[in-house]
Design a protein. Structure first.
Length: 412
């Protein structure tokens, strides 16, 4: 039933840090899900999963610990759908545990795909989820004549695009060097009690509002997040910049069909003063986006991290020592970021499936504060997750957007 045995596969550049960094503070798991207009039929969903996994052999693997690196090993473990019982983004990977790196659950009218980030990124996960939903609705409603597959060949799925498009030639200069960023303070909750707030708004309304400000939706919401974070700061804390990290889909710059991780990131900072208006923040963010999204800067950042991975000295350091320094580097790097904002942009499905689908959503585990967004038809969805008990930043984001005239609806 499942793909034949294949050779082990190395982790891509972005995935290397996830096994070492995952733990009680952050599971490094994210969820993508589809909200339907009808209750989920679990037996049909199981059949759909068994169909779809044949097209995605990359997902049928477990993570093993080698002497120098972690690696993926093909697995014949049968994926079984289950009714949701754990909180979103619960731990999936644990060293020595023999299990798949994803799981499919359902709850009333929702289908959830949760993934350990070392396996794939948001683009890969949504591709898998979209095919799962199409297979499920196709079986349930006898939908025919639609292409139910977005997956490429096995070789294309497993391509390490970081290595393929890496260039040792340095053709750009980094615009901004990392510095210690403002960090929110307060009592943190356990992973199981992570604060999750979800909202929807009309795409048309949000787009019209952003265009009136002469910016994109992502630029607009980044400015809103920066402003909300600043309102928690004391005057002394304003000596440090507020920094929002934003993942960048490298498939928009390189012709990759890889289902592994293939993303970079940029850091948008703002130094706050007493008289900063929202318009000041917006103009600064717009300028920084135009600088950071140039191909030269995107390539510079990608090549920098691949260059570190290819260092011969690092290559032959035992994994235990390597993990120590990865955790140390991850911790230090985290200090350069105040929050994260990931916008998965617009998701599309063939018209014959549209009557059965209400919307899509995405939630991510975090050790600080993270906002995730996606849209489907005229529904723009965003979630805000946090490990802090204090939710005043989230409330500030919502109250500001409502004051701007946007009709936000809280997801129950």
């Amino acid at each position: 039933m499942y793909p034949p045995k294949r050779i082990r596969r190395k982790l891509d550049n972005a995935a290397i840090a996830f096994p070492a960094a995952a733990g009680k503070k952050d599971s490094r798991v994210f969820r993508v899900y589809c909200k339907l207009n009808e209750p989920v039929q679990p037996q049909v969903l199981q059949r759909a999963l068994e169909q779809v996994i044949l097209k995605y052999p990359l997902f049928q693997c477990r993570l093993q610990k080698g002497y120098f690196w972690y690696y993926f090993e093909p697995s014949s473990i049968r994926p079984v759908i289950k009714k949701e019982k754990d909180v979103p983004c619960s731990a999936i990977f644990s060293p020595g545990r023999d299990n798949l790196l994803y799981k499919v659950t359902y709850n009333r009218d929702s289908i959830h795909l949760e993934v350990f980030h070392a396996l794939t990124d948001g683009t890969g996960a949504f591709c898998f989820l979209a095919d799962l939903v199409k297979a499920y609705l196709g079986l349930l409603h006898r939908i025919e004549g639609e292409d139910a597959g977005g997956a490429g060949t096995l070789e294309e799925q497993e391509e390490d695009s970081f290595s393929r498009y890496y260039s040792p030639v340095r053709t750009a200069v980094q615009i901004r060097k990392s510095s210690r960023a403002y960090q929110m303070k307060g009592r943190k909750v356990a992973q199981a009690d992570m604060k999750i707030m979800e909202y929807t708004v009309s795409v048309k309304q949000l787009l019209q509002h952003s265009r009136a400000c002469q910016v994109s939706i992502t630029v607009y919401l980044t400015a809103v997040l920066l402003q909300a974070l600043s309102r928690k700061m004391t005057e002394a804390q304003k000596k440090k910049p507020v920094v929002v990290m934003i993942p960048v889909n490298l498939r928009n710059y390189y012709p990759s069909k890889s289902m592994t991780n293939f993303f970079g990131w940029m850091e948008i900072e703002y130094r706050f003063h007493k008289k900063d208006s929202f318009e000041d923040i917006l103009l600064h963010v717009k300028k920084r986006f135009s600088q950071e999204l140039l191909l030269e800067q995107v390539a510079f950042r990608m090549n920098h991290y691949v260059r570190i991975e290819k260092n011969l000295l690092l290559k032959y350091i035992p994994l235990g020592i390597k993990n120590f320094f990865i955790r140390l580097g991850t911790g230090l790097g985290s200090g350069n970021v105040s929050a994260v904002f990931s916008n998965m942009s617009a998701l599309r499905m063939p018209k014959s499936y549209e009557p059965y689908i209400r919307r899509f959503g995405v939630i991510s585990s975090t050790d600080k504060l993270q906002m995730c967004a996606c849209s489907y038809r005229d529904t723009f969805y965003f979630s805000i997750t946090s490990k802090l008990e204090d939710v005043s930043v989230q409330e500030d984001i919502v109250s500001f957007l409502k004051a701007e005239g946007l009709d936000l609806a809280e997801v129950p």
